[in-house]
Design a binder for this molecule. Sequence first.
Ligand code: ATR
Length: 277
Amino acid sequence: MTKACVIGWPISHSRSPLIHNYWLKLNGLAGSYDRVAVRPDELTTFLQTLEAQGLRGCNITIPHKERAFSLVDSVDETSRRVGSINTVWREAGRLHAMSTDGTGFCANVEQSIPDFNFIGKIVTVLGAGGSSRAIVNELLLRGADKIFVANRTTARAAEFVMLFGPAIKAIELSAVDAVLAQTDLLVNTTSIGLGDGADVPVDLSHLPSQAVVADIVYVPLETKLLHRARQRELRTVGGLGMLLHQAVPGFEKWFGMRPIVTQELFELVADDIMSGN
Ligand code: ATR
């Protein structure tokens, strides 16, 4: 029986087991996927002993994504650019890893808005943390023309220009409203809006009516930002779909088939979130 898991510290709130066990059952596969609490000082040993633990691989979440990057044998090009990994698998006695947050984000936009095309688009991204790096990297790979990166700590946004080149324009958070009129896609990657949190300080009235607003926060399922966008009749993309889509490549590596993000899976995880687990 193939075994995989998700590791983090803390880990009790991870919805990954719900997702992978749904796909295992749906596809009649013999396998298991658990949550494992791994303290930072246990990370190296945990990864070195995957085989001894009978694990084909694992997902990696906060706070291990960056450090685990340097503990595996090989990483894909995206992880190298992004500087973190979220999916590990064993192959021929070596540990391989990839970062699927960026592809998960874009796949979610494509599934939510089928006629959306990233080529030539102007995107405004709020936040310059790990998730933002992964998303910006993937947006550029898919042909986005220009990306405004706005962050509270402007030095972090400026690093994106060094990393990704002249398609990136680093701006102050307070300057976002001024670029919204030319924005096709607005993405919130900050943790503002999480839980009962505050609202993102942007005035959506400046966005063109065909613009899309995406948030990677999925608790609540509809953040204040998305609610305001919907009230303005803009197309919106919630964060839960990204969580589901980023799980697809790992499942395929471990269990040997590419799973599908269904409406039923979306509702299963959405119900879990709404029940406050
Ligand atoms: P992740 O891996 O999810 O991207 P992260 O690397 O900790 O997490 O990044 C969190 C992002 O949210 C950062 O861009 C952070 O801004 P700073 O770089 O200035 O810290 C942003 N963020 C978090 N709380 C914020 C707040 N209250 N106001 C503005 N930005 C905030």
